[in-house]
Design a protein around this ligand. Sequence first.
Ligand code: NI
Ligand code: MN
Length: 225
Amino acid sequence: MKLKYFSHSSFQVTTDSGLILLIDPFLDDNPTSPARSKDINADYIILTHGHADHIGDAFKIAERCNPLFICVNELAHYCSDKGFRTHAMHIGGAHLFDFGRLKFTIAHHGSMTPDNTYAGEPAGVLLTIDRKTVYHTGDTALFYDMKLIGEMTPIDYMLLPIGDNFTMGIDDAVKAVELASPQVAIPIHYNTFPVIEVNPAEFVDKVVASGSKAQMMSYGEEIVL
Ligand code: NI
Ligand code: MN
């Protein structure tokens, strides 16, 4: 599988079989994204919650590509009301798709769409694709059950927010890595806006000092997992 980072919480996953998944595709109004929605395709769009910086350009892309939306039930209803294909799930549930296994986890945050529609609970997502597991925590505070999540599904890559204010800051995120115990931690949800400006190198240094591995992905960078 290949993992491409567009900045903020936005990723593109390309499976070995060529399927394209987008997670929280916030591109056109994202000042740090090198990609524009018109250039992005998707077979699946996974939304962690309904906030504008996560729904992003999902509907614009969907109008062109007709992907399957995967999200918690309430947000899936919102997407299907707009005419898109959806697969509704909920927290704690996993499902085997043709790209691999997807499980939603808890996240401590809010969730409402840009037009103020209730969007259910916010979520994190565990993706097991091509024998690797990626845990995208969504927007969340630190919570102790991250330890349980890592025990039940050993994590290769943990994508977690460090930008503070709306989510974990650096020190809480370092603790989250200790709890979930991934092979590699990748910081997200920082420096998109002034209020979430932090130094990601500080996060990487602190994770490494605690005995784990972390790496920054630059905006537009794609890595092979
Ligand atoms: Ni949010
Ligand atoms: Mn956010």
